[in-house]
Design a binder for this molecule. Sequence first.
Ligand SMILES: Cc1cc2nc3c(=O)[nH]c(=O)nc-3n(C[C@H](O)[C@H](O)[C@H](O)COP(=O)(O)O)c2cc1C
Length: 353
Amino acid sequence: MSRLLSPLTLRGTTFRNRAWVAPMCQYSSADGFPSDWHLVHLGARATGGAGLVMTEATAVTPEGRISPADAGIWSDAQAQAYERITAFVRDQGAVPGIQLAHAGRKASTGRPWEGGGYVDPAEGGWQTVAPSPLAFGDWPVPKELSVDEIGQLVAAFADAARRAVASGFEVVEVHAAHGYLIHEFLSPLSNQRADGYGGDLDGRSRLLVEVVDAVRDVWPADRPVFVRLSATDWAEGGWTLEETVEVSRRLAAHGVDLVDVSSGGMVRHQEIAVGPGYQVPFAWAVRAGSGLHVAAVGLITEPLQAEQVLVDGSADAVMLARALLRDPAWPLRAAHQLGDDVAWPEPYQRARW
Ligand SMILES: Cc1cc2nc3c(=O)[nH]c(=O)nc-3n(C[C@H](O)[C@H](O)[C@H](O)COP(=O)(O)O)c2cc1C
């Protein structure tokens, strides 16, 4: 059996394999509700054999959405709407996971295929918030969050996590990457606060640690908590790999089970060295330096490439985004290619050999 198709257990949750669905915004929600699109999109990747099916960045408050068409879980009605999705995903043998997010100064934008720019409050957008009044590129200056408002956001993450348990999710991932709110606190490029939420690494990582503690508190002890981090801002004076490793090491003591290692998204002038598996060395560094489990993500597209990432000890699992959009049955195809005898959905049995 390949490592890619072998199971992994974190706390009380066993993933049937290590080929996982990366979180992917679908911009297909009205008022934050998951739609039929989400059932089919996430369901297809569950029937396609993924070990973990992670939802898109799901907003903990309406203002935390990247776009007005984003999914959210700030209400009990939204949480209820996820139940048929988590039930279907689980019935296929996959673990349903949810990424909880707040988009900070990168909120209130349009769908990418409609231009993706800032959406004005007069057109359904809203005033964005951030650690400091520093704009992302030429977008409007966000409002600086007060300490009270930060506390309310921490509570919103906890409330969202509590709802996600009721929805049937077995994994929760705190989105602390890609230039969104929690990453905005981590990076000196977006955080110039003079209070306890800024300054040194302790201050800049304080919100992340408070969110993790609040989520871990309501998340069942037998279910895993993930954190997605940008390992570097790819920009002068920004968040670094060394800080990523140090914060991951600290998160281990706060009940985090796995770090999902991405990068970038903080500033427009980032210079990313993109290529196959370009973020895998970051995953290796976090795994070696923190002792935590890690997932590698980013231009992992081929089964043998994914297998190598796992065999050489860079990661415990791989997450795929675009490859899984091209081929929802990528994990089944990988099993076929690697000669692994895994369970296929019964109606698909004739494609097995
Ligand atoms: C359509 C699309 C939507 C995405 N939405 C999210 C998201 O909601 N949250 C997130 O953390 N990353 C998001 N990403 C980034 C992916 O999770 C992944 O890290 C990135 O695409 C690199 O992996 P890949 O090379 O396998 O596509 C998105 C990517 C795509 C292609």
